[in-house]
Design a protein around this ligand. Sequence first.
Ligand code: SAM
Length: 508
Amino acid sequence: MNWHSGIIPLESPVKAERQAARRHYGVHPYFTRRPPNVVRRYILHYSREHDVVLDPFGGSGVTAVEAFLENRVGVQNDINPLASFIARGIADLSKGQIAAYAKSLDSLREECEKQLMSIQRAPDVTVAGFRKKVRLPPNVELPRSADVRRYYDLFSPHQLVSLAILRQAIDRIPDRYAGRAMLLAWSATLAKLNKTFLSAVGRAPSRGGSSIFSIYRYKVAKEPVELSVWPTFCERASNIIAAKREIDKTVELKRRTSGWFGRFESHARDVEDLCDDFRDAVDYIFTDPPYGRNIAYIDLSVLWNAWIGQLPDLEKRQKELIVGGDLGISESTYLTRLGDSIRACIAMLKVNRWLSVVFQHWNTLYFEEILCAAAEAGADLRAAVSQVGDPIWSMHKKKGDESVLAGELILTFHKTGKRKAIRKDAAFDLSRVLGQILSDMDGREVYGEYLFNRVIIEAWNRSAIGSLRVTKEEFTRLLRSHGWRYDQQNHYWVSETHMSPTLFGRID
Ligand SMILES: C[S@@+](CC[C@H](N)C(=O)[O-])C[C@H]1O[C@@H](n2cnc3c(N)ncnc32)[C@H](O)[C@@H]1O
């Protein structure tokens, strides 16, 4: 038996350590970032040094960067150019000299600090004069859900001009890697220097965030806070230098122990197109595809993509795996593509290698698509781990709504290369199965997500995934009819008849 086929799948959840996350992931905001320690645990378990580890829906690059820092070939892909810009930017912090980074920041300070401070105080006419002299991005239309129509409406004239001046100075930095690092810091600064930025109540004005990441739309603050440009950039640039120090240390440690041979590459393509280059070439895939309608990544990234000069064309936008967005992509298109993407992932894996897919949604059809596509493409489901009870809950969950799903299911498949015909329409009595699962709980408190995930896997194991259709309202009604109630404060379900202090499904 070879090393990869002998792997015993991970069956227990891994506690997310967001606070202890490696600092480099904090250098630039992105959507739905996975906890790095969980991703790292999966990479270390399912792959060896030198292996090719791919994340085809890579987002800001947690999988590929972790793989790279663990002496693998980390392959990042994401259809959204911003995602691969961030991932590549983080991986490239391993290049160049820290002294050159610090020197570049010093020379930017020399060149820009005073000018930016004086622009901040200047009257509008003076700023308008500057505006004619700087290079600005195209004034593109914003997503339909935005409060304002065009790109420039997102900024005050002062912000727009200041960001352009800073960007031009960065473009003139002679050291290639220091220049890229400063560009990453500048791009991260964009999130704070626009009208969607809201200060957090009771904290320093700079401690807040953009509505782009909290409610996933360009909501303009009623009273926008205008942070000073230079200190905001400087803070970001200092974070980047600290991240470089951390990455250099990791690399150096590897060099001294096992030797350093990590490699990183990045792509900005549709998953299926990627398959042309990676067929039968990958040792492990860890990925987290978009969950239906939640976030229109490309629409929301226009703030960055316009200014880094990488706005995706219509063909690419049409291939984004989402429901809705400005192009109004239908659910049936999403479903077809979801299945095709899973098939593409299996096709990219070598035989006897592993694929982990992170997913969560109330729509059982989505799970059906993933599970059937994998089996039909020649991969067996070998583990299904509920990562629930994470201390970081979604905003809606915090408001105490039992119908919101927080946490995910990590489905891990083993590629055997033997395609299977799927039977999926056996009878499935949801109430009975749920009753059995609840009785296993022995009266312990349990997270709704855990129960829902168990039901999905039961239906799959009983060849009945196609017969399982349930809305979130029906699911919660069923739980109540079995004598369980939702604890609004703690976000778990409690048996009316048992009172026990242990909580089931918590990751300790
Ligand atoms: C849930 S996010 C991944 C986040 C990532 N796990 C992280 O930790 O940063 C899903 C990603 O899939 C990307 N995506 C959507 N459609 C795609 C497609 N057809 N091909 C490749 N990537 C796609 C989105 O741009 C988004 O960044």
